[in-house]
Each structure stands twice: as structure tokens, then as C-alpha cells.
Design a protein around this ligand. Structure first.
Ligand SMILES: NC(=O)c1ccc[n+]([C@@H]2O[C@H](COP(=O)([O-])OP(=O)(O)OC[C@H]3O[C@@H](n4cnc5c(N)ncnc54)[C@H](OP(=O)(O)O)[C@@H]3O)[C@@H](O)[C@H]2O)c1
Length: 235
């Protein structure tokens, strides 16, 4: 590793937990790329963070669009030549009160396209930038809904399956990647964002703090795990 500033990329960084992850990473000395599918919202978020003198820039990235992911990877490779930390945070929750076999199948497809395939394609596109330097930390923002035990209860099937598959992807990729590249999944808890709603007990700041230790683990740190508040969750 060189002593240059490490570069971190956060998907869905324009609001909610993602915005707070960007802020905390920058406060901890990372050069942070805030990825947003809406460049207007992304630039607005970046301006707010620049007012705090934080080293943050914006890239357009729609995780449900492979061409958008590819273009973001090309642009970041040209400008920075590396991504040391990748946080797959972007996500949707579209089926709060739905039953899997009754809902419009489009809900399941859209949820998987963002929460599962989106992460898969982002990892595929950005891992070469990690392999180039033999170093990387990937964090997938999952959910307790992705635990196997959750599959025994009806409802929220699209979201649950997307996070269950995401946890499986995390473990499989960990088994396949080499060098000092680590990938883990994390449950941020129930968080007061647009997705979590105002009654949630955790703030985005608390959620970000509970996630970011995985960005700075050393070569002996875990890979392929699923964590909440620093503790491994069996799933
Ligand atoms: N909040 C909770 O209680 C909770 C609990 C467990 C897990 N999580 C997970 O934590 C992560 C962040 O959730 P949050 O609470 O911060 O949600 P949020 O406030 O609804 O924000 C979601 C973010 O994801 C982005 N996004 C959605 N689809 C996208 C796409 N196709 N491409 C790029 N960005 C996309 C959104 O962008 P736009 O602004 O453009 O829509 C937004 O920036 C998600 O993965 C979620 O599943 C949240």
C-alpha cells in the first residue's frame, strides 16, 4: 500500500445511511466518491459536505443499470486509478405489506435488480481496481431480514430474498477472491432514514459508525461474514 489517501466509494450516497457513510469516511481521512443515480442530488450532497472541508466528489451510478456501472468504473479508474473501500449501500424496500405469491412479480424483480444484481455487477466492475493494488475492503449493507430464520415468517419476501442472496454472494465472493481483499456484509439495524421511517431507534450516524470498522480491518480481519455491531450473525 502506498501512503496516499485511500479512496472509498459509497453507492446510494446522496441520502440516508449512505450519506452518513460518506461523511464519516471523509472525516476519517478517506478521499470519498459519493455515487448517486441522480447527479443533481449527488452534487447537492457533495456541496454540503464540501462546506465542512471534506474531500468528497460525485459520480453518477445507477446500480440497476450495467452501462451506468461500467461508465462509473471507467471514470473512477481514469481519475483515481484505485478503489480501496467499496460500500454497496444503495437499496430499495418495495414490499413492506406484500405477500410473495400475491404481489406483482415486478416488485421481486426490481428489488433483486437493485439489492442483489446491482451489488454483483458493481463488485464485478470495481474489483479489478482492487486487484491492481492487491488490496480492497468491500462492505455490503444487508439486513436482519436476510437471515435464514426470517424466511419462516410471511411477508416482505422480495426484500428478504434480496438480502439473503446478498449474504450468500458475500460468502461466495470471499471464497473466490485472493490477496488482501476482504468482503463482508453488515446489518445496520433499524435506522431512521426514508426507508426506515421516523420511528426507527437508530440514527444514520449510529448506523454508519457500526458499519465502518469493516473498512479499516487489517489483513488478519474477517472475510465472508455477516455482522451487526461488530458481532458475527449466524444466518
Ligand atoms: N433504514 C433501515 O432501517 C435499514 C435496515 C436494514 C438495512 N438497510 C439497508 O441500508 C441501505 C441504505 O438504506 P437507507 O435506510 O439509507 O435507505 P434510503 O434512505 O431509502 O436510501 C436509499 C439510497 O439508495 C439509493 N438507490 C436506490 N436504488 C438505487 C439504484 N438503482 N442506483 C443507485 N442508488 C439507488 C437511493 O437513491 P435515490 O435517492 O436516487 O432514490 C438512496 O440514496 C439499504 O441497502 C437498506 O436495505 C436499511
Amino acid at each position: 500500500m502506498s501512503h496516499d489517501k485511500q479512496v472509498a466509494l459509497v453507492t446510494g450516497g446522496n441520502r440516508g445511511i449512505g450519506y452518513e457513510l460518506v461523511k464519516q469516511l471523509a472525516l476519517n481521512g478517506f478521499k470519498v466518491i459519493l455515487a448517486s443515480r441522480d447527479p443533481g442530488m449527488g452534487n447537492e450532497a457533495v456541496q454540503k459536505l464540501k462546506e465542512l472541508n471534506l474531500d468528497v466528489s460525485c459520480v453518477k451510478l445507477d446500480v440497476a443499470n450495467q452501462e451506468s456501472i461500467h461508465q462509473a468504473a471507467v471514470a473512477i479508474n481514469e481519475k483515481y486509478g484505485r478503489v480501496d473501500v467499496l460500500i454497496n449501500n444503495a437499496g430499495v424496500y418495495l414490499d413492506e405489506n406484500e405477500k410473495l405469491l400475491v404481489m406483482d412479480p415486478c416488485i421481486l424483480e426490481k428489488t433483486m435488480a437493485t439489492n442483489f444484481f446491482g451489488v454483483y455487477h458493481v463488485i464485478r466492475s470495481f474489483i479489478p481496481l482492487m486487484e491492481k493494488h492487491g488490496f480492497g475492503r468491500i462492505i455490503n449493507v444487508s439486513s436482519e431480514y436476510g437471515e435464514m430464520s426470517e424466511m419462516s415468517y410471511p411477508g416482505v419476501g422480495a426484500y428478504k430474498l434480496s438480502k439473503f442472496a446478498l449474504n450468500g454472494l458475500t460468502r461466495l465472493v470471499a471464497a473466490e477472491i485472493k490477496e488482501d481483499i476482504k468482503i463482508n456484509a453488515v446489518d445496520p439495524g433499524w435506522v431512521s432514514s426514508d426507508m426506515g421511517g421516523p420511528s426507527a431507534p437508530r440514527t444514520p450516524k449510529q448506523a454508519a459508525e457500526s458499519i465502518l470498522w469493516l473498512a479499516t480491518i487489517g489483513p488478519e480481519g474477517p472475510s465472508g461474514g455477516f455482522f451487526k455491531d461488530g458481532k458475527q450473525i449466524p444466518w
